[in-house]
Design a protein around this ligand. Sequence first.
Ligand code: MRU
Length: 369
Amino acid sequence: MVLEAIRYTPGNLEILDQLRLPHESVYIKVRTSEDAYHAIRTMTVRGAPAIAIVAALALAVELTYTETNIESVASARDFILEKLRYLVTSRPTAVNLSDAARKLEKLASETEGSGKAVVDAYINAAEKMLVDDVSDNTSIGENGVAWAEKNFGTEKFSILTICNTGSLATAGYGTALGIIRSVHAKHLLEHAYALETRPYNQGSRLTAYELVHDNIPATLITDSMASVLLKTHPEIRMIVVGADRVARNGDTANKIGTYQLSIVARYHGVKFVVAAPTTSIDMLTASGEDIVIEERKPEELVTMRGPVVDFDGQVNKNEVRTVHIAAPGIGVWNPAFDVAPANLIDAIITEKGVAEKDSNGEFHLAKFF
Ligand code: MRU
């Protein structure tokens, strides 16, 4: 079975319900921008590239079946702009969504002729984003392997990662998990370690699912085990993480816990690498200080949802429960992301090449644009 977070044919968009993974694989239809907004906000679909593509394609599907309000060039543009502005408010940190919206808005504003011409141009561009993301990810994987061979030679090594950055977070293959896939395909991977990634458990639910699916040798650890893992496993040469937004100076916002990984990597002399398509680089944001960090509701931290385990240890998929795991009444802080500072990042691996710091410790990301 191919792992696909997004299934699209013209006029039809389905997403894999990531709230039900790993125990159930259920696809749900996304027919409108409102459906996409809800799916992104509830994390039914998540991961920076995936949410951008689902938002763009949901509007493409909606436009396919819309007859009124798009007859003239002006009304079609207004319709598209209003929907895109609504969609970007679903989650604030990942730049891929606002980057996609800005490109699609520009296209709609520049297309002339008729309302249909504007709609057709929009749909073609949204469909291209889906195709481009997969090829960008395989290029990131190739660039990641080349960078690893340059730094570690041809000896096998192990990799630690956080969150889910694989097929489920993208249109396919993945970014940081894509590099793990490529290193494994090249027979260079000793072992992959996945952090559980509290509070939403993208590591234990989703990355673990992908690693098992692909038969990649892998072990799950809790977030608090990262330092001692590096201390006791010198064969781990690299921590690779994804990105929700890379600022102009290289500061990188990614899943909460990424910042502490960048610190422990430096302490233990392990390379800390960001894998991201150039759609995750935000040249309009100067540094991590300017990145808005999404805070999510306390329930994600104090509850857990999953199928009940029967007395004989069997997972009972038919009985899914939410359980409370903290003292009732305790206050909660739940930032979804943090920022790894550029000075702790060794390389930013994109589909267009690898950025490393110059002798002054500066990344020059403008070269990719
Ligand atoms: O809250 P999530 O699950 O959307 O967070 C996802 C991440 O932090 C990923 O590392 C990032 O979006 C890159 S996915 C290729």
